[in-house]
Every structure is written in structure tokens, then in C-alpha cells.
Design a protein around this ligand. Structure first.
Ligand SMILES: [Fe+2]
Ligand SMILES: [Fe+2]
Length: 279
């Protein structure tokens, strides 16, 4: 649990404004691509969430490019890594580079940000895959299959614990941030055959068990922005090819605990990097 201060939004603000984007997939040839759009964030958002796949292949040199895009923006930046950020087997180095730039990189952790006199909490984990209810991998058979499913189960347990920390801390708004999807709704547009590799219902079970006002994820480049868990938590797929902007904006009411996050969506304009075949 990390606590941050001081507040950057004055009393009387009725909502927390969450900017979010995932799957920006920056390579070393992308310097400065998103910076002009991100520099508008202090005028329109209270925090920026990065939903993983920030680099193309997970090299520290690519993370340096990401770091330069978001360093010193004037709003807190909270991130999880994605599968691409693991590909070069340097996730610790990628995390270090981002943290050196002031990014709060979460993996089974939570952070509380003060906004307008309220505590706004983010619980983050990369997550993993395995599929959705009725069409999911089971923890059965070969060691490899059991290890696969246990990876997802561990990840969901970490998310549940991080969300529980936010509740214990009395957060007025709680956001679950993952790379993999907790629901199939936001995968609409992807081939059905690959749904099991895009997310897991175990993440949604963790979110519903602990409660959240909004769940944000990426990874599904061909998916759909809006979805919902079985428990009624709103889910947003902010993969950049889906939102087609530098970031999406969500307003979460701050008029009392548990007021929910119906929040209109208002995507900011900016150029969009090239899309990539892998998620
Ligand atoms: Fe991904
Ligand atoms: Fe991606």
C-alpha cells in the first residue's frame, strides 16, 4: 500500500477524472509520439492509468522511451506491465526504468491517491489468461497445464488482496487495473478461438468479491471498449487500437463511497501509433 499526497484537485470537485490507455507498444523509434497529448492531462485528468504492453518487446531501451513520454506530466501515472513488457525477460528492468521516471508500477499492489479530499485507490496486476466461465482451462492433468492455470489463480488472488487493501483504507473510488481482460464482453471483435488467451474470469471473480467502481484493461486490440462483470462492475478495454486515441477519459463520481462509476467516456484526441499483430 502506497499513500500519496498532497491533493492536486481542490475541494468541491464532484468526480475523479481517470485517463487511461494500454497497448501503446512504444519502440525506440516512437520518441515523442504521445508526449504532446499526454501534456494536456493536467487540464483534463486527475491521474493516468497505463494498462500494460507499454513497450513492443520488453527491452529496457524501449521502457526508456515510455518513461520519457510520461515523466513529469503533473498527474500521477499508475501502470501495470503487459505480456509484451515481459517478452525480453527483463520485466524487473522495465519496472525499474518506469519507476525511476515516477511511474507507480503495480503487480499485486495498490496505491491511494488523494483527489478533492477523497481517497482514490488503484489495485493493479498484469493478470493472465485461461478463459471464461464454461470455456476455461482447468487445473487438471499435466504439470504444465496446472502451472498455467495456477498462474492465473495466483494473479487473481493478488488482485483480490490489493482491492481489499483499498477497502480497508476507506477509498471513495476503487479501480482495478489489469492488462488481461476480466470479462469476455470487451473482447467482442476478437476471434472467439483466442478468447482463452485474452483474459480470465478469475480476475472478474476477484473484482466482484472485493468490489470496485471501475475495471480497466488492455491486451484485446480488436475488442470493444465497454463491458461489465457479472457483479455489475463496469469494465473498460483501453487498448489504444480500441479507443483510437492517446487516452480515454472516465469520470467517476466522488459524492460518496460506493456511488459507482457510470462515468461517461470522453476520449481525447491524438495521433495513434501503428497497430501490431500480437496482443
Ligand atoms: Fe498484451
Ligand atoms: Fe498489446
Amino acid at each position: 500500500m502506497t499513500l500519496l499526497g498532497p491533493e492536486r484537485t481542490g475541494p468541491g470537485t464532484a468526480a475523479v477524472r481517470v485517463a487511461a490507455v494500454g497497448d501503446i507498444h512504444l519502440g525506440e523509434d516512437c520518441r515523442g509520439l504521445l508526449r504532446p497529448a499526454f501534456e494536456t492531462l493536467p487540464d483534463c485528468a486527475d491521474l493516468l492509468l497505463l494498462a500494460g504492453d507499454l513497450t513492443r518487446h520488453g527491452y529496457a531501451a524501449e521502457a526508456e522511451v515510455v518513461a520519457a513520454e510520461v515523466a513529469g506530466l503533473g498527474v500521477p501515472v499508475v501502470a501495470v506491465l503487459g505480456n509484451h513488457d515481459h517478452h525480453a525477460d527483463q520485466p524487473a528492468e522495465v519496472t525499474r526504468v518506469l519507476r525511476d521516471a515516477g511511474v507507480h508500477v503495480l503487480e499485486g499492489e495498490s496505491i491511494v491517491l488523494p483527489v478533492a479530499g477523497h481517497k482514490v485507490g488503484v489495485a493493479g496486476v498484469k493478470g493472465f489468461c485461461g478463459g471464461f466461465v464454461g470455456r476455461s482451462a482447468g487445473e487438471f492433468g499435466e504439470p504444465e497445464m496446472k502451472a498455467f492455470v495456477r498462474t492465473t489463480r495466483r494473479s487473481a488472488a493478488l488482485l483480490a488482496r490489493a482491492l481489499a487493501e483499498l477497502s480497508e483504507h476507506g477509498c471513495a473510488v476503487r479501480v482495478a487495473l489489469t492488462h488481461f481482460s476480466p470479462v469476455p464482453d470487451t473482447l467482442a471483435g476478437e476471434p472467439l478461438e483466442i478468447y482463452p488467451f485474452l483474459g480470465s474470469y478469475l480476475l472478474a471473480e476477484a473484482i466482484d468479491a472485493q468490489g470496485a467502481d471501475l475495471a480497466v484493461h488492455g491486451h484485446a486490440h480488436l475488442g470493444t471498449e465497454h463491458g461489465m462483470t457479472a457483479g455489475g462492475v463496469r469494465v473498460r478495454n483501453v487498448a489504444q487500437p480500441v479507443i483510437d486515441h492517446a487516452f480515454a477519459l472516465y469520470r467517476l463520481p466522488l459524492d460518496g463511497h460506493g456511488t459507482g462509476a457510470t462515468a461517461g467516456t470522453d476520449s481525447a484526441t491524438a495521433s495513434t501509433p501503428a497497430r501490431y499483430g500480437t496482443r
